[in-house]
Design a protein around this ligand. Sequence first.
Ligand code: CAA
Length: 384
Amino acid sequence: MQYFLTEEQKTIKDLARKIAEERILPVRAQLDEKEEFPWSIMKDIADSDLFRIFVPAEYEGLGYGCLELCLALEELSRACSGVAISFAVSALGSYTLIDYGSETLKRKYLPDIASGKKLAAFALTEPTAGSDASAIRTTAEKVAGGYLINGTKQFITNGGEAAVYTIIALTDKSKGTRGASAFIVDKDTPGFTFGKKEKKLGIRASATRELVFQNCLVPEENLISRPGMGFIMAMKLLDKSRPSVGAQAVGIAQGALEAAYDYTQQRVQFGQPLILQPVVQNMLADMALQVEAARSLVYAAARNVDSGKDYTESSAMAKVFASDVAMRVTTDAVQLCGGAGYMKDYPVEKMMRDAKITQIYEGSNQVLRSIIASELRKRKAANK
Ligand code: CAA
């Protein structure tokens, strides 16, 4: 399938593929087994300037868009999505700052994020607020010298590893979603510590931790935009980021398809390679078809984000479709590899474990289906 990528887009894809094949493939099983954060690969990604993709040129970035980020993420995820998400979350943790931050904040933080010297993270989820993001309880009270943050964030990707955190907290509890605000918090701020490191089913190379705020004083200039805009900025940020989760899912599914193809070509049963069995060919064809359909939707959604037009629905669709495809394709890949596929010596069981989270994070597929249905209703009401 041709996607009419520019020369620059092809270069980004090739760079990411080179890192994936030369640096990630040899160590992915070990990273998964030991739940080891991939710092040396983050350095390779930084040295290849891939962190600059999502940062505007004025702040030492390359000023590319969602599609370029998706191309890099797909290639990295084809090898290991635990590594890919650690990279992707630096974009997630930077978007609110890029889109709404003051000039001073952007000059202070973005060059180091662009160079990969500092990783970023985004913290919305709490023990009481997952799909119902408006149920957050972390507060940011206005005091002399800034805002005093108190509360706990849960399941935060890059938690403990990132140097810069975008935090959503309530500045006015009485105003519901209109009472939430976004702040930049440095890792070494007094009163900010890390709780439990989660042990996960998949993406085990990535770090997921609790963030604990106890009377953590953040200077007023670290407030992004105006008080009360935090929830809406978080929703917009997630709309922008969801095609990236779709791209991770496409990469995982592509990796699983290739592994299953190779296995069925080599594995001889009933006197011939498995791939000569029509039932196996049907499964491989269905897997390839689903991966290509998901890729088309993800690239289209990413282009929609880059166009700046309303992309809530297309981003949700790409994330839901691609993640459901990743789950089905990786499960079929395990099936095609049989007993071997179930063993850790083969990569497909890891891919199946890694695929599951893409149906859950950055908006569960149930929440996203309800967003798609609500956009449908709005279109119907507007007669569009
Ligand atoms: N864009 C802009 N504004 C939006 C918006 C959007 N997509 N969605 C909602 N809003 C606005 C609404 O217009 C409304 O504004 P007003 O105050 O002006 O009326 C306000 O936000 C509240 O909207 P809702 O009443 O629809 O809010 P809700 O409480 O019903 O929320 C929800 C609905 C969509 C389910 C939301 O809770 C949600 O998105 N949940 C999923 C959370 C999520 O994706 N979490 C991911 C965490 S990050 C992560 O996973 C990262 C990682 O680990 C890698």
